[in-house]
Write a protein that binds this ligand. Structure first.
Ligand code: ZN
Length: 183
């Protein structure tokens, strides 16, 4: 789920807290934003396709990381960690379930779209479905080190993700029914 992807982003930003403490907060916030960003295609376009690029995000992320290493300022670090986190998000969606409304039923073979091959990657179910208890456990575990290593702003955002992820996990299995009733 989106909060786990944000948590992975925060994890990816941990080295910044050691090597570039003055840029750590901007990198962490950008990484969490980049972790959430691909899932905005839930609201427009095709989910796990329109803003998900398991392949092409790397074409931006790798040069951006090189640029951030060569010229470590807020802008380069923010762009690099945003793209890195979006790339990791897109790849890791293949480790979950498919795109169907009730992913625990395992009826969809479409986990995330691989644009370069014009085909869907199949789901691996390492996390059974988004909002599964183990998904929330990952949110908490991946956010935890950042709560200690980053300052108050990052900590507040991380705690918000922890709360949102918990609430989503609690209601996840009831959402499809609710959605059908509302629409
Ligand atoms: Zn996604």
């Amino acid at each position: 789920m989106a909060t786990t992807h944000a948590a992975v982003g925060l994890l990816l930003a941990l080295p910044l807290a050691v090597v570039a403490p003055d840029l750590a907060a901007v990198g962490a916030l950008a990484a969490m934003a980049g972790g959430v960003f691909p899932d905005l295609d839930l609201f427009a376009g095709v989910h796990r396709k329109t803003l998900h690029f398991p392949d092409y995000y790397w074409i931006g992320a790798i040069p951006a990381l090189v640029a951030a290493a060569a010229l470590p300022v807020a802008a380069t670090v923010a762009v690099a960690w945003f793209l890195l986190s979006a790339a990791v998000h897109s790849v890791s969606d293949a480790f979950g379930a498919g795109t169907e409304p009730r992913p625990w039923e395992r009826t969809s073979a479409e986990a995330v779209y691989l644009h370069s091959r014009s085909r869907w990657l199949r789901p691996r179910y390492w996390v059974r479905y988004d909002g599964a208890p183990e998904d929330y456990l990952l949110t908490v575990v991946f956010l935890a080190p950042g709560l200690v290593l980053f300052g108050p702003t990052v900590r507040r955002v991380a705690l918000t993700f922890m709360a949102v992820g918990g609430a989503y996990t609690l209601v996840r299995k009831r959402l499809p029914d609710l959605e059908e009733r509302l629409l």
